[in-house]
Structures are given as structure tokens and as C-alpha cells.
Design a protein around this ligand. Structure first.
Ligand code: ADP
Ligand code: MG
Length: 619
């Protein structure tokens, strides 16, 4: 399954690790990979099926059970059986308190932190820990089926997930022992599975309609140069196939004249009814009548009745579609493709309604409950570098900048900037008569260039000799959609110019990016201290240099004593510089500045009056 390649440096065989794509769903989760035929495929661990219900059950000892086996406990042990945990990821108690009644387990408010916890047995779990249990199960199944360790993954999230929900998903992955290479939007993954966005010359607007078990969302995406942009999203996080099931249960309760109040107390029977309703709903996706019994309760449903039951809910989803179009300032006619996602779009009525709304046949060839995982596997394959023809570069993963005085990194294009992009800054020389300027381009987040990745270096030659600080050198960075960075340096007074092209992503794996980011966080404090010292030093050195030049040039304006005292101050500054003590450097620099300021003014006065004289002679 995994690729074997030869490491030319060592001559040894090396196994390339597989990267899986994971759809961590509210109702069901799946893991997919790219098979040896280069096609995405959902991993089927023998006999266990493709979909892993996102359900976790804890027994009395606190051992977790995930998937179909855990789902059984929804009937027998609902209090310790956690479902729909995705709704709680990255959420505060306040966000979900009003929905407590939709959960059969206990969600609690922790006074110390605002994020929710879930009680099972006598233990408390965070949504991150619970999601990690699901991810661990997926990882184990993938390892078992592929017979190889699986340590890296791409995980999908809804397009509307905010930063804290995305971070929580990442954390869950890490907790499950997975290196999460990227968090990808579910609609983006679904589009990829249909091959949309894989052709860099393609420009399309896509609507992705995702009706799952408990949530509905619609996203309008634009794809250009292989870059996905979410134009708008809309939906309802409490609307999905579960609502269809509930409508069916209510219908049966009425038809059988059951006592609803008594039933509400019997959570076991309620769950059985709910599961039967789901069975009926699924059956009606391919037949016209469902007819079964639970004890002496008749569970009968025909297609027409079912469609009437769900019509209001489906209408609601179409309203969201309308709103999403309004928000993206597009009309139905401007949508090029419609993609169906989520198990509930298997219902023919839903498909037909969506087709009618958008006025076109939506993509439904791929199983809607697998399409996101399959797309995630494709994204994983792209990240693994197996599809060099495709570049899914939407933002710059690392900052781009140049080296300035003392080896400091000066960022020109910050990390996460959308491409294509351009930015520039102006620099000058630090030495009188400097005619060359070395421009070193780096990538990374650290304050010192030596800790970052060097991309290129070139000299801007032929700057006319001028006093330090006078030349104006514009440095411009242009990063195009293909990920090529053009660095241009131009001295504005003389027009001398130099330009180079670099590919910053060349040889850069997501692993490296991640490591660089982590390093930058770990070292942030010491980096700042170093930067301050370097800045103080450059400033101090520059000042000592200028002061010495000043005495040389304008010594005639000063008394011998003033010259001697200035030299003492310069000496004190140089000693502080040698000791590399930031505060002392700044103090001595200040003192030198203060001491010499009146001299500078004196020279200025003389210069001005001689200039005036000059003027008057001219007349
Ligand atoms: P999620 O993205 O929320 O994890 P899924 O995409 O797996 O959810 O969709 C789960 C929903 O799809 C459930 O409500 C399930 O009953 C429904 N579903 C699955 N198969 C069918 C089918 N054949 N017909 C209608 N609904 C179905
Ligand atoms: Mg889903």
C-alpha cells in the first residue's frame, strides 16, 4: 500500500508514510486514502463497514468504545453514550446550553473555563478528548486495513467553523496521535472529490449543499487557479436527517395513538422508535413503502407521507441557499456546479428540490456520505507531493522577508497572506559611500534570519556613492498564484535595479512548515530579547560611527575639551557594545546623543548662515 522509495543519500529503502483523509462528522466519521491505482478510497476495516458512527460509549471502568458497537448503547445506556460531540467542539457552555435537551448525556458548565465538558460515569471529558477517541478508532482501523502505521492526516471541518473550533479539531487529532497536516473545509474536499479545482486553468463557482444527520450547511465557493475561496456559507446547525427521523416518530405516535408523555419517560423505547424511523427513511430512498412493527406498534410509512412530513424542513434548507446566494451577490444562474454532500441528500425528494432550486442536476455520482473523506484523501495526496501538477496554494504558509542590520528578519509578506499578493518596503544604506547592497531573502517566523530558511541572495550593484541614509532602496515582493516570488530591488535616486525569481515552496513540506511555526512559538520570548539587543546594538554602532565622523569633519567647531569629552562618551558606548548589554548600550547612546546635540546644532547654524551668505552672493 505504502510507497517504497530508495533514499539516494543512504542507499537504503525507505517507506513513504501514507497520509489519510478524515471526515470527522457529527453523525458519521470516515477515513480514506489514495489506493495503489491512484484513486481515493474509503478504508473498510474488514466487516466493520465504511462509516463509523461518531458515537462514544464509556463503560463503568471508563473504557471507550466507538462506532456501531457504541451506537447500540444509545438504547441501553444513553447517559454514558455520547453522540454529536462535534457540535460541542470549541464551544462554550453558553453556546449550547439552550440545546441541552437534544442531548441524552450531561453537558456541564465548568466555572473555571467556559468550554463545555461532558459527564460519563463519574468522569468528565472535553469534546476534544471525545473527538480524539473517534479519531483513534479511525486511525486504528486504517492501520489494521492498510497494515502500516498511520501518523499523518488531513481532517475536514465545516466551512463555518471558527478558529477555536478548527483549533479544537487539530488538538483532537494530536491527542489521537495524528499529525494534522491541514484542516480543510468540507465543501472544498467535496469539490475536489468531483475533480473540481484540480485543473489550474478552471474558473468556477460552486454551491455545495450538505445535509447530514444533525446539521445543514450550504457553501458558495469560487475556484480560480486552483485556489478555493469561500464566498458565503449559510445553514442551520440543528437541522438534518435526525429531524426527518423525529418527524416520522411523531407521526407513528399519532397513528398508533400512543401516550406521548409516558413515552417521553421511556428513553429506551423512544430510541428504538427513532432507529426504526431512520430505517424507514433510508428504505424510502429506494422503495415506496415501509411496513414493520415494534411489539404491537405499527411502523408504517409511504413515500408520499414521508415527503409531506419533511417538506417544511427541506424548504428551510432552500431558504438558506437563497440567503447564501444573496450574501455572495450571485444569482442561481451564476452557479456553475452544485455538489450534494451528506447522507440525507440520498433522499430523492431532497435531491429533486435542490435540483429545482438551482435549475440544474447536482453532482450525486459519488456517495454523499463518503465524498468529503474522499476529497480529504485527495488533499492529503497533494500535500504528500504526489501530484506535482497541482498546486493548492491558497495562502503563504510562512512569512517572507529580507535580512536587515544585525541579522534580523524583516517581514515583507506575512504568513497566511492570500496569494497572489505583493508588498514592499523602503531601505537605505548604513555606511557612507556604500555602492552595493546585499539582499538576502528568507522565509520563516523567527526574529533572527539564521533560524529561518534562506531562499536566495543577490547584490544590488551600482548605487551611486552617497552619505549613509541617503539612498532610497525600494524592495518589492510579488508572489503570484503559482507560488513564484519575484523580488525586485530598485534605488530610486539612480534607478539602478535588480530582480530575481524564487519558488518559496520548493522543497518545503508541510512538516517543515509546522516545525518552523512551532519553533517560532517556543522561541518567541528569547527571540524578542535578541531582537531588542540587536536593534540596540545597530543603533549604538551607527551612533558611534556618526559621532566619530562628526569629530573628524567638524572638529574645527569644537573646543579641545569638547572633543576629548565626546571621545570619552564614544568610548563608554563602545564598551557597552562590547559587553552586549542592551540597557547599558541604550543608556550610553542616550548620553552621547545628549552631549553632542548642542554641537550638531552649532554646526547646523554655521551651515545655514553660510548657505544664506552664499545666497546673497548669488544675487
Ligand atoms: P454527518 O455529516 O452529520 O456526519 P452523514 O453525512 O453521514 O452525517 O449523514 C447522516 C444522515 O444521513 C443520517 O441522518 C442518516 O439517517 C442519513 N442517511 C443515510 N443513508 C440514507 C439514505 N439512504 N436515505 C436517507 N437518509 C440517509
Ligand atoms: Mg458531513
Amino acid at each position: 500500500m505504502a510507497k517504497i522509495s530508495i533514499n539516494l543519500a543512504t542507499g537504503s529503502l525507505q517507506q513513504e508514510e501514507i497520509i489519510v483523509g478524515i471526515d470527522l462528522g457529527t453523525t458519521n466519521s470516515l477515513v480514506a486514502f489514495i489506493n495503489p491505482d491512484k484513486n481515493p478510497q474509503v478504508i473498510n476495516d474488514t466487516g466493520k463497514g465504511l462509516l463509523v458512527p461518531s458515537v462514544v460509549h464509556f463503560n463503568a471502568k471508563g473504557d471507550a468504545l466507538v462506532g456501531n458497537e457504541a451506537k447500540e448503547f444509545l438504547i441501553t445506556d444513553p447517559a454514558n453514550t455520547i453522540f454529536s460531540v462535534k457540535r460541542l467542539l470549541g464551544r462554550s457552555y453558553k453556546d449550547v446550553a439552550s440545546h441541552q435537551d437534544t442531548f441524552s448525556y450531561k453537558i456541564i458548565d465548568d466555572e473555571n473555563d467556559s468550554l463545555v465538558k461532558i459527564k460519563a460515569g463519574d468522569k468528565f471529558y472535553t469534546p476534544i478528548e471525545l473527538s480524539a477517541e473517534i479519531l483513534k478508532e479511525l486511525k486504528a482501523r486504517a492501520e489494521h486495513a492498510l497494515k502500516t502505521p498511520v501518523n499523518r492526516a488531513v481532517i475536514t471541518v465545516p466551512a463555518y467553523f471558527n478558529d477555536s473550533q478548527r483549533q479544537a479539531t487539530r488538538d483532537a487529532g494530536r491527542l489521537a496521535g495524528l499529525d494534522v497536516l491541514r484542516i480543510v473545509n468540507e465543501p472544498t474536499a467535496a469539490s475536489l472529490a468531483y475533480g473540481l479545482g484540480l485543473d489550474p486553468n478552471q474558473q468556477k463557482t460552486i454551491a455545495v449543499y450538505d445535509l447530514g444527520g444533525g446539521t445543514f450547511d450550504v457553501s458558495v465557493l469560487s475556484i480560480q487557479n486552483g485556489i478555493f475561496e469561500v464566498l458565503s456559507t449559510n445553514g442551520n446547525t440543528f437541522l438534518g436527517g435526525d429531524d426527518f427521523d423525529r418527524s416520522i416518530v411523531h407521526y407513528w405516535i399519532e397513528k398508533n395513538k400512543l401516550d406521548a408523555a409516558a413515552l417521553a419517560q421511556d428513553s429506551g423505547l423512544m430510541q428504538s422508535l427513532r432507529l426504526k424511523a431512520e430505517e424507514a427513511k433510508k428504505a424510502l430512498s429506494s422503495q415506496n413503502l415501509f411496513n414493520e412493527q415494534i411489539g404491537d406498534i405499527w411502523c408504517t410509512l409511504d413515500k408520499q407521507t414521508f415527503e409531506a412530513l419533511i417538506a417544511p424542513k427541506v424548504a428551510e434548507t432552500l431558504n438558506s441557499c437563497k440567503q447564501a446566494l444573496t450574501d455572495s451577490k450571485l444569482t442561481v444562474a451564476e452557479i456553475d456546479e452544485v455538489v450534494l454532500v451528506g447522507g440525507s441528500t440520498r433522499t430523492p425528494y431532497v435531491k429533486a428540490q435542490v435540483a429545482e432550486f438551482f435549475g440544474r442536476t447536482p453532482h450525486d455520482q459519488i456517495n454523499p456520505d463518503e465524498v468529503v473523506a474522499l476529497g480529504a484523501a485527495i488533499q492529503a495526496d497533494i500535500l504528500a507531493g504526489n501530484r506535482s501538477d497541482i498546486l493548492l496554494l491558497d495562502v503563504t504558509p510562512l512569512s517572507l522577508g529580507i535580512e536587515t542590520m544585525g541579522g534580523l528578519m524583516d517581514v515583507i509578506i506575512p504568513r497566511n497572506a492570500k496569494v497572489p499578493t505583493k508588498a514592499g518596503r523602503q531601505y537605505t544604506t548604513s555606511i557612507d559611500g556604500q555602492v552595493n547592497m546585499k539582499i538576502s531573502v528568507f522565509q520563516g517566523e523567527r526574529d533572527l534570519v539564521q533560524e529561518n530558511r534562506k531562499l536566495a541572495e543577490f547584490d544590488l550593484k551600482g548605487i551611486p556613492a552617497m552619505p549613509a541614509g541617503l539612498p532610497k532602496v525600494d524592495i518589492n515582493f510579488m508572489l503570484n498564484a503559482d507560488g513564484i516570488l519575484t523580488v525586485q530591488a530598485i534605488e530610486l535616486r539612480s534607478g539602478v535595479k535588480q530582480e530575481i525569481d524564487i519558488t518559496p515552496s520548493y522543497g518545503l513540506s508541510d512538516d517543515t512548515v509546522e516545525k518552523m511555526l512551532i519553533d517560532s512559538i517556543t522561541h518567541a520570548k528569547s527571540d524578542v530579547a535578541q531582537r531588542m539587543l540587536i536593534e540596540a546594538r545597530s543603533e549604538g554602532e551607527q551612533l558611534a560611527y556618526t559621532a566619530e565622523r562628526f569629530i573628524e569633519k567638524h572638529g574645527s567647531f569644537l573646543t579641545a575639551e569638547e572633543i576629548a569629552d565626546t571621545k570619552t562618551h564614544i568610548e563608554a558606548l563602545k564598551q557597552a557594545l562590547a559587553k552586549a548589554e542592551k540597557d547599558e548600550i541604550l543608556k550610553k547612546a542616550d548620553e552621547l546623543n545628549e552631549f553632542t546635540r548642542p554641537f550638531a546644532e552649532r554646526v547646523m547654524d554655521v551651515a545655514v548662515s553660510s548657505a544664506m551668505k552664499g545666497k546673497s552672493i548669488d544675487k
